[in-house]
Design a protein around this ligand. Structure first.
Ligand code: HEC
Length: 193
C-alpha cells in the first residue's frame, strides 16, 4: 500500500515538475519580453506569410536556428540562434522540423535580391542548377510580350519563351516581400530569452 502511494506521488510529482518546467516557467519568463517586443510585420509581407503557409514551404524549410552546441546551424551560416521575439506577430508560426532545404530565418541576409527570389520561385533551376526544390510556375503569368508594359523575369536564355514575358502575380511578389522580411540584421528586441 505504502509502495503504491509512493509510486502515485512520484508520478504526480513528475507531472507537476514537468508542467512547471516546460510550460509555466517559460510562460512567466518569456511572455513579458515578447509582449514588450516592438516587432511587427505588415502589408504585403503579411500577405506573403499566408502564401508561404498555403504552399507548404514549411514541409522543406525550418525557421528556427539552433544555438551553438545544438547542431551546426550557426556554422552553416543560417544566422544567430532564434529567440522567442522572432515569432511575434504572424501566426501560424512556421518553425518547421523538416530541412530538405536550408533554414530561412535569415534568408534576406543571404539572398537580398527580389529578382533572384522571383526567378528561384518560378523555377529554382534557373539560379541553382542542381536544385531539387519544386518550381512554382503557377505564381506567374505568361503573357505575350507585346501585350504588356510590365517587366518580365530576367530569365537565362535557355528558359526564355520566344515572344512571351513571365510576369510575377501579386501572390509571388507578396511571398518575396515576406522572404525579404526574414532578416536578422536588427538587434534582438528587447532582450534575448
Ligand atoms: C520539396 C522541398 C521544398 C519545398 C516544398 C520548398 N523548398 Fe525551398 N528549397 C528546397 C531545397 C532543396 C533548397 C536548396 C536548393 C535551392 O536553393 O534551390 C531550397 C532553397 C530555397 C531558398 C534559398 C535558400 C538559400 O539559403 O539560398 C529559398 C528562399 C526557398 N527555398 C524558398 C521556398 C519557398 C518560399 C517555398 C514555398 C513556396 C519553398 N522554398 C518550398 C526545397 C524545398
Amino acid at each position: 500500500m505504502i509502495k503504491n502511494s509512493i509510486l502515485i506521488i512520484g508520478i504526480i510529482g513528475l507531472f507537476v515538475f514537468a508542467m512547471f518546467g516546460l510550460t509555466i516557467l517559460p510562460k512567466l519568463y518569456i511572455e513579458p519580453n515578447v509582449e514588450k517586443a516592438n516587432v511587427y510585420v505588415w502589408g504585403r509581407a503579411a500577405e506573403g506569410h499566408k502564401v508561404y503557409v498555403s504552399h507548404g514551404c514549411i514541409y522543406c524549410h525550418s525557421q528556427q536556428v539552433r544555438p551553438k552546441g545544438f547542431g551546426a546551424d550557426i556554422e552553416r551560416g543560417w544566422g544567430r540562434a532564434s529567440v522567442a521575439t522572432d515569432y511575434k506577430g504572424l501566426t501560424p508560426h512556421q518553425l518547421g522540423t523538416m530541412r530538405t532545404g536550408p533554414d530561412l530565418s535569415n534568408i534576406a541576409q543571404r539572398q537580398p535580391g527580389r529578382d533572384w527570389h522571383l526567378l528561384h520561385l518560378y523555377n529554382p533551376r534557373t539560379v541553382i542548377k542542381e536544385s531539387i526544390m519544386p518550381p512554382y510556375p503557377f505564381l506567374f503569368e505568361i503573357v505575350d510580350a507585346d501585350k504588356t508594359l510590365k517587366e518580365g523575369l530576367k530569365l537565362p536564355p535557355e528558359y526564355q519563351i520566344p515572344g512571351k514575358k513571365v510576369i510575377p502575380t501579386d501572390e509571388a511578389n507578396a511571398l518575396v516581400d515576406y522572404l525579404l522580411s526574414l532578416n536578422q540584421k536588427d538587434p534582438i528586441k528587447p532582450q534575448q530569452n
